[in-house]
Design a protein. Sequence first.
Length: 329
Amino acid sequence: MNPFTYARAAGASDAVQQGGSDGAKYLGGGTNLVDLMRETIERPASLVDVTGFSREIEELPGGGLLIGAGVRNTVLAGHSRVRRGYPVLTRAIVSGASPQIRNMATVGGNILQRTRCAYFYDEAGSRCNKRKPGAGCDAIGGFTRNHAIFGASSSCVAVHPSDMCVALAALDAVVHLRGLGGERRIALADFHLLPGDRPDIETRLEAGELITGIELPPLPGKVRSTYRKVRDRSSYAFALVSVAAVLEIEDGHVRDVRIAFGGVAHKPWRAARAEAVLRGSPAESSAFAMAADAELAAARTLAGNAFKIELARRTMVAVLEDLAGGEIA
Ligand code: SF4
């Protein structure tokens, strides 16, 4: 591990003052960043600890929630208002990592965790454009069971590892940011980037900007939501495919639906084509399958991950059937 300085920020204002210096990184729970520092993939000159503030979950006027970036994953998943109103988020969080890691990990850090592509971590033996722009990508033509089927490029085929972010994408969550220039907000669905020819640039964060919170818009009372994750082991494994879905049915038809996939792209993949097919359709299995096919027609597979298309299709249909419950034909 390289030498670095450490300072604990007193609040968001203090943090962005310190975080603006060259080579500074914000430290949340450290459950990914410290691993990357041990491997010398991340080499910050200084760490600004931001875990001492933004730890509240507040009700917003109008019914949504504002979740502080320093809230631990376990606290968020277990919060009564989240469990009741946004079960897709609770289920996504508890499907990730282990209880010990969730006790440490923060909301802000979860959003910024980096891919678990094995070639990215193999600094000594593999080429990786994300680690070193222009170096090449040994995943392409290598072991690609876990890699992307949507939005990949000839520079990078990695996937985003977060479960929580998949649920947030389906919930139309909004990321609150603070930098030296002031505050701004950005939709979670727009926050992460596809790899293009610069896979090292993963988000729309500007230099020194700090995530201060996540806003969850209110959901209509009749909406149901859930998250399903398919993986190689039943715990402590990243998704091969996951689906977050929010569904509202009225008179046997889909009034509104939001679907996001995990494990398939460099960012949480909002299934806009499937949603367009479903809105106004009968809430029945054949419509769910047609919508999945519409989304997956755009998928592009690699040598080792063609199975993800059928897996994603079946998972999406099963999730929607579960949410529709007794209302489907
Ligand atoms: Fe690096 Fe992306 Fe290639 Fe993995 S897929 S080795 S992260 S460039």
